[in-house]
Design a binder for this molecule. Structure first.
Ligand SMILES: Nc1nc2c(ncn2[C@@H]2O[C@H](COP(=O)(O)OP(=O)(O)OP(=O)(O)O)[C@@H](O)[C@H]2O)c(=O)[nH]1
Ligand SMILES: [Mg+2]
Length: 248
Protein backbone atom coordinates (compact mmCIF):
# COMPACT_ATOMS: atom_id res chain seq x y z
CA UNK A 1 0.00 0.00 0.00
CA UNK A 2 1.24 3.47 -0.81
CA UNK A 3 2.52 5.65 1.96
CA UNK A 4 -0.57 7.67 2.71
CA UNK A 5 1.37 10.57 4.16
CA UNK A 6 3.08 11.38 0.89
CA UNK A 7 1.35 10.86 -2.38
CA UNK A 8 3.85 12.63 -4.53
CA UNK A 9 5.04 10.39 -7.35
CA UNK A 10 8.55 9.19 -6.52
CA UNK A 11 11.37 11.35 -7.74
CA UNK A 12 12.50 9.97 -11.05
CA UNK A 13 15.93 10.10 -12.58
CA UNK A 14 16.31 13.20 -14.70
CA UNK A 15 17.38 11.05 -17.57
CA UNK A 16 17.44 7.28 -17.22
CA UNK A 17 20.34 5.61 -19.01
CA UNK A 18 19.60 4.05 -22.36
CA UNK A 19 20.82 0.44 -22.42
CA UNK A 20 23.74 0.06 -24.79
CA UNK A 21 24.27 3.79 -25.07
CA UNK A 22 26.82 5.80 -23.16
CA UNK A 23 25.08 8.49 -21.21
CA UNK A 24 27.00 11.65 -22.00
CA UNK A 25 24.31 14.00 -20.83
CA UNK A 26 25.26 14.22 -17.18
CA UNK A 27 24.81 17.73 -15.92
CA UNK A 28 22.71 18.81 -18.85
CA UNK A 29 19.39 20.37 -18.11
CA UNK A 30 16.37 18.81 -19.74
CA UNK A 31 14.53 22.06 -19.90
CA UNK A 32 12.22 20.77 -22.61
CA UNK A 33 11.13 17.67 -20.76
CA UNK A 34 7.41 17.63 -20.17
CA UNK A 35 5.78 15.52 -17.50
CA UNK A 36 2.34 13.99 -17.90
CA UNK A 37 0.33 11.97 -15.41
CA UNK A 38 -1.71 9.01 -16.61
CA UNK A 39 -4.03 7.29 -14.13
CA UNK A 40 -5.10 3.74 -14.93
CA UNK A 41 -8.36 2.54 -13.38
CA UNK A 42 -10.72 -0.41 -13.79
CA UNK A 43 -11.81 -3.62 -12.15
CA UNK A 44 -9.42 -5.97 -10.41
CA UNK A 45 -7.74 -8.44 -12.79
CA UNK A 46 -8.72 -6.47 -15.89
CA UNK A 47 -5.03 -6.10 -16.67
CA UNK A 48 -4.06 -2.60 -15.53
CA UNK A 49 -0.72 -3.55 -14.02
CA UNK A 50 0.05 -5.75 -17.01
CA UNK A 51 -0.59 -2.84 -19.38
CA UNK A 52 1.64 -0.57 -17.30
CA UNK A 53 4.37 -3.18 -17.21
CA UNK A 54 4.14 -3.71 -20.93
CA UNK A 55 4.47 0.04 -21.47
CA UNK A 56 7.24 0.73 -18.96
CA UNK A 57 9.22 -2.51 -18.98
CA UNK A 58 8.15 -4.29 -22.14
CA UNK A 59 7.37 -7.41 -20.16
CA UNK A 60 4.37 -9.54 -19.22
CA UNK A 61 3.72 -11.72 -16.19
CA UNK A 62 0.98 -14.30 -16.48
CA UNK A 63 0.70 -14.64 -12.72
CA UNK A 64 -1.82 -12.34 -11.07
CA UNK A 65 -0.49 -10.17 -8.24
CA UNK A 66 -3.24 -7.96 -6.93
CA UNK A 67 -2.27 -4.30 -6.60
CA UNK A 68 -2.94 -2.99 -3.12
CA UNK A 69 -3.38 0.77 -3.24
CA UNK A 70 -1.32 1.83 -6.20
CA UNK A 71 1.90 1.30 -8.10
CA UNK A 72 3.92 3.85 -10.04
CA UNK A 73 5.53 3.34 -13.41
CA UNK A 74 7.27 5.77 -15.68
CA UNK A 75 8.82 5.99 -19.07
CA UNK A 76 10.37 8.76 -21.08
CA UNK A 77 9.08 8.84 -24.64
CA UNK A 78 9.97 10.83 -27.71
CA UNK A 79 7.52 12.81 -29.78
CA UNK A 80 8.23 14.56 -33.07
CA UNK A 81 10.56 17.59 -33.01
CA UNK A 82 12.67 15.84 -30.37
CA UNK A 83 10.15 16.56 -27.68
CA UNK A 84 10.76 14.33 -24.69
CA UNK A 85 7.94 13.54 -22.33
CA UNK A 86 8.25 11.85 -18.99
CA UNK A 87 5.09 9.78 -18.61
CA UNK A 88 4.19 9.01 -15.02
CA UNK A 89 1.68 6.20 -14.75
CA UNK A 90 -0.40 5.70 -11.60
CA UNK A 91 -1.69 2.14 -11.59
CA UNK A 92 -4.66 2.03 -9.24
CA UNK A 93 -5.63 -1.28 -7.62
CA UNK A 94 -9.16 -2.32 -8.56
CA UNK A 95 -10.18 -2.42 -4.90
CA UNK A 96 -9.40 1.28 -4.51
CA UNK A 97 -12.65 2.38 -6.08
CA UNK A 98 -14.24 2.52 -2.64
CA UNK A 99 -11.10 3.70 -0.88
CA UNK A 100 -10.56 7.06 0.77
CA UNK A 101 -7.49 7.85 -1.30
CA UNK A 102 -9.00 7.71 -4.74
CA UNK A 103 -9.40 11.49 -4.96
CA UNK A 104 -5.69 11.93 -4.20
CA UNK A 105 -4.73 9.39 -6.83
CA UNK A 106 -6.71 11.28 -9.47
CA UNK A 107 -5.49 14.75 -8.60
CA UNK A 108 -3.56 16.31 -11.47
CA UNK A 109 -4.32 13.55 -13.97
CA UNK A 110 -3.90 14.55 -17.60
CA UNK A 111 -5.19 11.27 -18.96
CA UNK A 112 -7.28 8.47 -17.45
CA UNK A 113 -7.29 4.98 -18.95
CA UNK A 114 -10.41 2.97 -18.11
CA UNK A 115 -9.36 -0.64 -18.50
CA UNK A 116 -11.74 -3.56 -18.79
CA UNK A 117 -11.29 -7.18 -19.81
CA UNK A 118 -13.05 -7.96 -23.10
CA UNK A 119 -13.73 -11.50 -21.83
CA UNK A 120 -15.45 -10.24 -18.67
CA UNK A 121 -18.76 -8.41 -19.16
CA UNK A 122 -18.88 -7.32 -15.52
CA UNK A 123 -15.59 -5.47 -15.83
CA UNK A 124 -17.10 -3.52 -18.74
CA UNK A 125 -20.29 -2.70 -16.80
CA UNK A 126 -18.18 -1.46 -13.91
CA UNK A 127 -16.42 1.09 -16.11
CA UNK A 128 -19.52 3.17 -15.50
CA UNK A 129 -18.81 3.26 -11.76
CA UNK A 130 -15.20 4.19 -12.40
CA UNK A 131 -16.33 6.95 -14.73
CA UNK A 132 -18.56 8.38 -12.00
CA UNK A 133 -15.69 8.36 -9.54
CA UNK A 134 -13.25 9.91 -12.01
CA UNK A 135 -15.67 12.65 -13.05
CA UNK A 136 -16.45 13.48 -9.45
CA UNK A 137 -12.78 13.81 -8.59
CA UNK A 138 -11.53 15.63 -11.67
CA UNK A 139 -14.28 18.16 -12.25
CA UNK A 140 -12.20 21.00 -10.84
CA UNK A 141 -9.18 20.20 -13.02
CA UNK A 142 -7.37 23.12 -14.58
CA UNK A 143 -7.11 21.37 -17.92
CA UNK A 144 -9.53 18.89 -19.47
CA UNK A 145 -8.74 15.28 -18.66
CA UNK A 146 -8.50 12.95 -21.63
CA UNK A 147 -10.53 9.78 -21.13
CA UNK A 148 -9.62 6.55 -22.90
CA UNK A 149 -11.72 3.36 -22.89
CA UNK A 150 -9.32 0.46 -23.12
CA UNK A 151 -10.56 -3.06 -23.86
CA UNK A 152 -7.75 -5.40 -22.81
CA UNK A 153 -6.98 -9.09 -23.48
CA UNK A 154 -7.78 -8.99 -27.18
CA UNK A 155 -5.57 -12.06 -27.52
CA UNK A 156 -8.50 -13.97 -25.97
CA UNK A 157 -10.84 -13.08 -28.80
CA UNK A 158 -12.52 -16.50 -28.71
CA UNK A 159 -13.78 -15.72 -25.19
CA UNK A 160 -14.97 -12.20 -25.91
CA UNK A 161 -18.07 -11.12 -23.97
CA UNK A 162 -18.21 -7.43 -24.79
CA UNK A 163 -19.21 -6.56 -28.34
CA UNK A 164 -17.37 -4.05 -30.45
CA UNK A 165 -20.59 -2.03 -30.74
CA UNK A 166 -21.04 -1.82 -26.97
CA UNK A 167 -17.44 -0.72 -26.61
CA UNK A 168 -17.76 1.94 -29.28
CA UNK A 169 -21.17 3.21 -28.18
CA UNK A 170 -20.16 3.54 -24.55
CA UNK A 171 -17.03 5.44 -25.53
CA UNK A 172 -18.92 7.78 -27.84
CA UNK A 173 -21.61 8.44 -25.25
CA UNK A 174 -19.04 9.37 -22.63
CA UNK A 175 -16.53 11.32 -24.65
CA UNK A 176 -13.91 8.63 -24.40
CA UNK A 177 -11.45 7.46 -27.02
CA UNK A 178 -12.09 3.75 -27.72
CA UNK A 179 -9.03 1.52 -28.01
CA UNK A 180 -8.17 -2.15 -27.78
CA UNK A 181 -4.95 -3.59 -26.44
CA UNK A 182 -3.38 -6.82 -25.36
CA UNK A 183 -0.89 -6.53 -22.54
CA UNK A 184 0.07 -10.12 -23.23
CA UNK A 185 1.09 -9.69 -26.87
CA UNK A 186 1.84 -5.99 -26.54
CA UNK A 187 -0.49 -5.11 -29.39
CA UNK A 188 -1.05 -1.35 -29.54
CA UNK A 189 -0.04 -0.72 -25.92
CA UNK A 190 2.87 1.61 -26.56
CA UNK A 191 1.16 3.39 -29.41
CA UNK A 192 -1.92 4.03 -27.29
CA UNK A 193 0.14 5.69 -24.57
CA UNK A 194 2.12 7.66 -27.11
CA UNK A 195 -0.93 8.77 -29.04
CA UNK A 196 -2.76 9.90 -25.92
CA UNK A 197 0.27 11.89 -24.78
CA UNK A 198 0.67 13.46 -28.22
CA UNK A 199 -3.01 14.44 -28.26
CA UNK A 200 -2.84 16.08 -24.85
CA UNK A 201 0.21 18.06 -25.92
CA UNK A 202 -1.36 18.89 -29.28
CA UNK A 203 1.47 17.25 -31.14
CA UNK A 204 0.53 15.68 -34.44
CA UNK A 205 2.07 12.31 -35.22
CA UNK A 206 3.08 11.93 -38.82
CA UNK A 207 1.21 9.55 -41.08
CA UNK A 208 4.38 7.55 -41.49
CA UNK A 209 4.68 7.09 -37.75
CA UNK A 210 1.09 6.06 -37.36
CA UNK A 211 1.17 3.71 -40.31
CA UNK A 212 4.57 2.34 -39.42
CA UNK A 213 3.25 -0.90 -38.12
CA UNK A 214 -0.49 -1.41 -38.12
CA UNK A 215 -1.37 -4.03 -35.58
CA UNK A 216 -3.19 -7.10 -36.69
CA UNK A 217 -5.68 -8.02 -34.01
CA UNK A 218 -6.72 -11.61 -33.80
CA UNK A 219 -10.24 -12.53 -34.81
CA UNK A 220 -12.54 -10.94 -37.31
CA UNK A 221 -15.05 -8.98 -35.25
CA UNK A 222 -12.70 -6.30 -34.00
CA UNK A 223 -12.87 -3.15 -36.06
CA UNK A 224 -10.14 -0.61 -36.27
CA UNK A 225 -11.37 2.46 -34.41
CA UNK A 226 -12.61 5.15 -36.72
CA UNK A 227 -11.01 8.01 -34.88
CA UNK A 228 -7.81 8.87 -36.70
CA UNK A 229 -6.01 9.81 -33.52
CA UNK A 230 -6.09 6.26 -32.28
CA UNK A 231 -5.17 4.18 -35.28
CA UNK A 232 -3.67 0.99 -33.96
CA UNK A 233 0.00 0.63 -34.52
CA UNK A 234 2.87 -1.06 -32.81
CA UNK A 235 5.91 0.66 -31.48
CA UNK A 236 7.54 2.78 -34.12
CA UNK A 237 9.94 4.64 -31.94
CA UNK A 238 10.44 4.39 -28.29
CA UNK A 239 12.77 5.57 -25.74
CA UNK A 240 14.44 2.85 -23.78
CA UNK A 241 14.27 4.93 -20.65
CA UNK A 242 12.06 3.23 -18.15
CA UNK A 243 11.72 3.00 -14.47
CA UNK A 244 9.25 1.44 -12.13
CA UNK A 245 8.52 1.99 -8.52
CA UNK A 246 6.18 -0.39 -6.78
CA UNK A 247 4.81 0.75 -3.48
CA UNK A 248 2.17 -1.87 -2.94
N1 LIG B 1 -4.45 -13.37 -21.84
C1 LIG B 1 -4.21 -12.19 -21.25
N2 LIG B 1 -4.05 -12.10 -19.92
C2 LIG B 1 -3.81 -10.89 -19.39
C3 LIG B 1 -3.69 -9.73 -20.18
N3 LIG B 1 -3.47 -8.68 -19.35
C4 LIG B 1 -3.43 -9.17 -18.12
N4 LIG B 1 -3.62 -10.51 -18.12
C5 LIG B 1 -3.64 -11.39 -16.96
O1 LIG B 1 -4.74 -11.02 -16.15
C6 LIG B 1 -4.42 -11.14 -14.76
C7 LIG B 1 -4.67 -9.84 -14.03
O2 LIG B 1 -3.77 -8.87 -14.54
P1 LIG B 1 -3.32 -7.60 -13.68
O3 LIG B 1 -2.56 -6.73 -14.61
O4 LIG B 1 -2.64 -8.01 -12.44
O5 LIG B 1 -4.73 -6.97 -13.32
P2 LIG B 1 -5.03 -5.61 -12.54
O6 LIG B 1 -6.09 -4.91 -13.31
O7 LIG B 1 -3.78 -4.88 -12.29
O8 LIG B 1 -5.66 -6.14 -11.18
P3 LIG B 1 -5.70 -5.39 -9.72
O9 LIG B 1 -4.29 -5.08 -9.36
O10 LIG B 1 -6.33 -6.38 -8.81
O11 LIG B 1 -6.54 -4.17 -9.87
C8 LIG B 1 -2.96 -11.62 -14.71
O12 LIG B 1 -2.94 -13.02 -14.55
C9 LIG B 1 -2.41 -11.22 -16.07
O13 LIG B 1 -1.36 -12.07 -16.49
C10 LIG B 1 -3.85 -9.86 -21.60
O14 LIG B 1 -3.76 -8.91 -22.38
N5 LIG B 1 -4.11 -11.11 -22.08
MG1 LIG C 1 -2.81 -4.38 -10.57
Amino acid sequence: MANMANLEAPELPKKAPIPGKIDDTEGEEDAEDKVLKIVVVGDGASGKTSICQRFAKESFDKTYHQTLGLDFFSRRIMLPHEMQVLVQVWDIGGQSIAGEMIDKYLTGANIVFFVYDVTNAKSFENVNDWLTVVKRNTKGSETPVKLVLMGNKTDLEQSRQVTVDNHKNFANANDMVPVYVSAKTGDTVFMTFRQAVADVLNVGLSKAEIEADIAIIQGSVIEAPKQPEFIHARRSDQSRNTSVCSIS
